[in-house]
Structures are given as C-alpha cells and as structure tokens.
Design a binder for this molecule. Structure first.
Ligand code: FUB
Length: 321
C-alpha cells in the first residue's frame, strides 16, 4: 500500500501539463490557499487541494499541489509535492502552507491536524533540496502545537504559517486564526527562537502574509467572515502596524479568501482563491469547499499604499518579461 502511494506520487510528479491564464487559473482540479514563491526567474505556486465531493461537505484536503510559470500567463501543472500524512505525527488536513528558500534548501511550512496525543491543528516544516521536492519532515515533530498558544479556545488557532526573512537573515514565522501571532525562528529554520508574540490587526480572521517593498513592510490577511483581504503597513517587522483598509473584496462564492503577494520581473501580483469554477457534467460547481486560485496584477500608489484589487475573469493576460 505504502509502495503504491509512493509510486503514484512519483507518477504524478512526472506528469505536467500547460495551461494559459484566465481566472480561476486551473479548471481541472480544485486549488486553494495559494502560496507563491519567486526563485531563479520562475514563479512556484503551491496550493492546497480541495477534494470535497460537494459544497455541503467540509474541507477534504490531503495534499499540496505545485504549478510553475516563467511569465505568469502560461502555467505548468505538476503533481502533488507532499501529503499531510507524510508527517508521521499528523492525522491529515493539508491546509494552508508556505514555501521559502534558505541557503539552497527549500522549507515548506504547513498547516496539518495533529494526531490525538496533541489534538488540534499544528504547524509542520518539511525540507527538500529542490522546490519540487522530494520533501521530508524536517523535525520529526510539529513546530507549533495547539497547546502552545492559549489566546483563543478553538483548536484551529495555530494555522496558516507565513515566513518572512529579513535582509540581515533573521527569520520570522507569522501564523494564527482569530489571534495573529509571530515568532522568530532559529537559523536552522526548524526551531523557535523566542516567545510567540501577538499583533494588533483589525478584524483579523486568518491567512497572514508578510512582504516588504522598498522600506515598507506589509501584512495582508483575511479579515471578517465571510472573508475580505485587509492590510496594514509598518516600518519594522515588529510593528507598530498601521491599518490601511480592505485590499480585496469578498471573493465570489467562497467564505474564505486566502492571498499571496509577489514581485516578479518588475510587476506585482496578488493571488487569491474563489469558489467560482462552473459545474461540469458529473461534477458539482466550485464553492466554499471547492475553491480555485486566481491571480491579478497589483499596483502600489506613490505613498506605498496598495490599490484595491480588481478581480477579473481574464486574470493576467500580459506575459511578464
Ligand atoms: O484551506 C483551509 C483553510 O481555509 C486555510 O488554512 C484557511 O486560510 C482558509 O483558506
């Protein structure tokens, strides 16, 4: 059985197909929780994988998918890069993740549900020598477990890890649901280096993402419920964060709205997910548990603030050069 799983994973990795941009980006598979990484002239888009048979059945998410593009218009579809149960201590639930490169290694921070010895959602970290994998658990245990934070009673308050590496090499992990939190990581990328701190972000729900442009830090996050994307700005990774308002409105037909921001070949892009994939014969349409990743160009104002995202059906039509 184990061998079979490995074999099908290798087969999936070998299989790639090319699709052209439109929104949602991919219509042959349900994708969610985009986490984009720019590396060596290429965009690596890691996504969750919605497999719920119906929008009345809660999330069924077992693995994470990978798509790549050299121009933001043409996308190569790869197979799954990892399953939640590749973490031996995890039960399943491959929720939002984040990939980052450090010193030639690729670290994949993931949300998963922990086995019953430490119940609740947890954060794991896997590592590989290439952005395609193969990924293996970097610690053999969770980096964050539910018992480590007590700010909210729910057992899904330690989800959605997002990494930011400072220019001096310091690494921070942002994460959380209902209470936004961050913690410094050691240089080895797989251990905490200090206490977990909280941040003040209005109407925070989940899906933190931190990026820096010029001398401004930005934290974008899902706010309210159903979710919009809001953002705050700061001059330091430690805040104070100044609330700047709504960046993206409710995304069609989905209560969640999980974003990812990149700069690539001189342009800025905003990934998000919607529930707007139309039905196909024999297949229920997209919706709250059957989501699909989309992307738009993102534009900054001269004062560093970000213009409201304009969600489109066309997506990105001009190839990045
Ligand atoms: O995809 C499962 C969960 O839904 C993610 O972890 C959240 O950010 C929300 O998108």
């Amino acid at each position: 059985m184990k061998l079979l799983k490995k074999a099908s994973l290798i087969a999936a990795l070998a299989f790639t197909s090319v699709v052209s941009a439109k929104n949602p980006l991919f219509d042959n598979v349900f994708t969610a929780d985009p986490a984009a990484m720019v590396h060596d002239g290429k965009v690596y888009l890691y996504t969750g994988h919605d497999e719920s048979p119906s929008n009345n059945v809660f999330f069924q998410m077992h693995d994470w998918l990978l798509f790549t593009s050299e121009d933001m218009v043409n996308w190569q579809q790869h197979g799954p890069i990892m399953r939640a149960d590749d973490f031996k201590w995890a039960k399943g639930d491959a929720w939002a993740a984040h990939m980052v490169e450090r010193n030639g290694k690729f670290y994949f921070y993931t949300t998963v549900r922990h086995k019953d010895d430490k119940p609740g959602f947890a954060v794991g970290v896997a590592v590989a020598d290439t952005p395609y994998g193969p990924f293996k658990d970097a610690r053999g245990s969770a980096l964050i477990t539910d018992d480590m934070t007590k700010h909210t009673p729910n057992d899904w308050d330690d989800i959605d890890p997002a990494i930011h590496i400072e220019e001096n090499g310091d690494v921070y992990m942002f994460f959380g649901n209902l209470m936004p939190k961050y913690v410094k990581l050691k240089d080895n990328m797989i251990e905490l280096d200090g206490e977990i701190k909280t941040i003040d972000l209005p109407n925070f729900t989940e899906a933190l993402w931190v990026h820096k442009k010029d001398d401004n830090y930005y934290v974008t996050y899902a706010c309210e419920f159903p979710e919009k994307i809001c953002y705050s700005m700061s001059k330091s990774i430690h805040g104070p964060w100044v609330y700047k308002g709504i960046l993206n409105e409710l995304a069609g037909n989905s209560e969640t709205n999980h974003q990812s921001v990149i700069s690539f070949k001189g342009k800025d892009y905003f990934f998000y997910h919607t529930g707007s994939l139309p039905p196909k014969p024999g297949q229920e349409a997209g919706g709250r548990f059957r989501r699909s990743v989309a992307v738009e160009e993102m534009h900054y104002n001269p004062d560093g603030s970000i213009q409201r995202i304009h969600m489109t059906t066309e997506g990105v039509t001009e190839p990045a050069k």
